[in-house]
Write a protein that binds this ligand. Structure first.
Ligand code: G3P
Ligand code: CA
Length: 355
């Protein structure tokens, strides 16, 4: 799919944000009519070290529809999965390296240096020894900082082995970095993530980064969808999103992106309706329920409003809520008479035509 920047026909879109076919019954009140998606925020970050291969693997086993890596560029131009702009909170960097430029910025370290670090658990339900009951990571170095390429390799291997169609939702982290945006798209292309069926959503808090990644996707022949991140905001009564580079109306965003990822606290039913009216999906960040009951309390009201998906540190709880919203299948004893009646009607019509 070409990005909206050069989109010829929206009806050709067959991506994660595809609209329901005319006349088809919608089973959910999402924009597509399909089930809301569960996005594994920084992997299984509530349980295992965030943004690691081990964490992404556990999240996929828990039923994630998408895995989310935050992407930053190292001093030598590699792309790594890391949320914070510094290595301090999530790794053992302080025990291994001296501070540089007064700190531990990701962009001050080479890939080789970052690879020598271990990511430490920070989630509310994580154990100090980076284990999760019943889970054994399939890879060595499960809790090192991975590159975007390594995350994509894991995703490919997992989907191939398990027959799943899990997607990836990479965020180009702030500050605005043109080389980083170009490299993210180039890595997707290099790893074969360029078809609509690959389920790629690129996100950023910076509207210019969305534009740049959309342009790069068109140039490099990568099919992806795009989501603008930020907070729900209104200016002069018009809904929009306040990101890192200011406010953009939903109308502006709809000209480039396919959806918005917004802070859950500001989401209302009216906002979701306004976004849907413009063909934009709405994803919420970030749900951190510490129990199943808390997950239902947090998430269910927004699903009732038509939320299209959400980021969560606890994919297992998120999966539970979404699955509880699945329409009940018509039981066979009830379905059979309906089927027989339908077939009987067809026979009658054929007989009348014959007569
Ligand atoms: O990208 C959606 C969500 O992850 C935004 O929050 O700060 O965790 O990247 P953050
Ligand atoms: Ca993110």
């Amino acid at each position: 799919m070409m990005s909206k920047l050069t989109l010829v026909s929206a009806t050709l879109m067959a991506t994660a944000f595809s609209a329901p076919m005319a006349g088809a019954a919608s089973l959910y009140n999402t924009l597509s009519g399909e089930a809301p998606v569960v996005v594994a925020h920084r992997g299984a970050s509530g349980y295992l070290p965030e943004e690691t291969l081990g964490g992404y693997e556990l999240a996929m086993q828990m039923g994630a529809d998408y895995i989310e890596p935050d992407i930053q560029m190292t001093a030598d131009g590699a792309l790594v999965a890391m949320h914070d702009s510094t290595l301090s909170r999530t790794t053992n960097v302080a025990a291994i390296f001296e501070a540089r430029n007064g700190g531990y910025k990701v962009s001050d370290f080479t890939l080789a240096e970052i690879k020598s670090l271990t990511v430490v658990p920070t989630g509310a339900l994580s154990s100090p020894d980076s284990t999760y009951p019943g889970f054994t990571p399939s890879m060595t170095d499960a809790y090192k900082v991975p590159t975007l390429g390594e995350v994509l390799d894991l995703l490919t291997e997992y989907n191939t082995t398990n027959g799943t169609e899990i997607g990836i939702y990479p965020e180009s982290k702030t500050p605005y970095n043109s080389a980083q945006n170009q490299a993210i798209v180039a890595t997707l292309k290099d790893k074969g993530y360029d078809e609509p069926s690959d389920k790629v959503i690129l996100q950023s808090f910076v509207f210019n980064s969305i534009i740049e990644m959309a342009e790069a996707s068109d140039e490099q022949g990568v099919s992806a969808s795009f989501a603008q991140l930020g907070s729900v905001y209104t200016v002069d009564g018009e809904y929009g999103v306040y990101g890192s580079d200011g406010f953009n109306t939903l109308t502006d965003i709809a000209g480039v992106a396919d959806g918005v990822g917004v802070s859950s606290g500001g989401i209302t039913e009216a906002f979701i309706t306004a976004a849907h009216d413009l063909g934009l999906i709405v994803h919420a960040y970030t749900f951190r329920p510490l129990s199943e009951a808390a997950a239902f309390d947090m998430i269910q009201p927004m699903l009732d409003w038509g939320l299209d998906g959400f980021f969560t540190d606890y994919t297992d709880f998120g999966r539970l809520v979404v699955d509880a919203n699945a329409p009940a299948p018509v039981p066979l004893p009830a379905a059979l008479p309906l089927l027989m009646a339908g077939l009987g009607g067809l026979v009658m019509v054929r007989r009348r035509k014959a007569a």
